[in-house]
Ligand binder design. Structure first.
Ligand SMILES: [Zn+2]
Ligand SMILES: [Zn+2]
Length: 125
């Protein structure tokens, strides 16, 4: 395999971005691979930064977060909304909103189940 720019020069590896063979003269070590000097170098660094950032957001690898899973948060939100609705009709309208309370209880039970199973399996969904 020869360098895509300098025909006879033997390549040392492939660029991470364009996958062309590069010789030591054209290649830049970007930490986790090679890139074409100038052309792909900036792009690879950008990509690395993006990957790093999304790893932080999604809690992948080293950035694995201690946050509860999305399912737990969803049920927590739903039950809070239902308890809120029940409280509002109790305190403001002075009536007991049975439907909201029953829904709130069901959502809270669901929250407990989801939380328990996510703790048990350690799965993030
Ligand atoms: Zn390249
Ligand atoms: Zn070259």
């Amino acid at each position: 395999m020869n360098c895509f720019k300098h025909g006879p020069a033997p390549a040392v590896g492939l660029c991470k971005t364009c996958f062309r063979a590069v010789c030591p003269e054209c290649a830049v070590d970007v930490g986790n691979g090679l890139a074409c000097k100038g052309a792909c170098e900036a792009k690879v660094l950008e990509l690395n930064e993006m990957w790093d950032r999304s790893a932080k957001i999604y809690g992948i690898g080293a950035y694995k977060s201690r946050m509860p899973s999305t399912g737990v948060l969803l049920w927590l939100l739903l039950s809070l909304v239902m308890w809120g609705t029940a409280a509002v009709s109790y305190f403001l309208k002075d009536e007991i909103d049975t439907a909201s309370i029953v829904t709130a209880v069901i959502f809270t039970i669901a929250l407990g189940l989801v939380y328990w199973s996510s703790r048990r399996t350690g799965l993030k969904c």
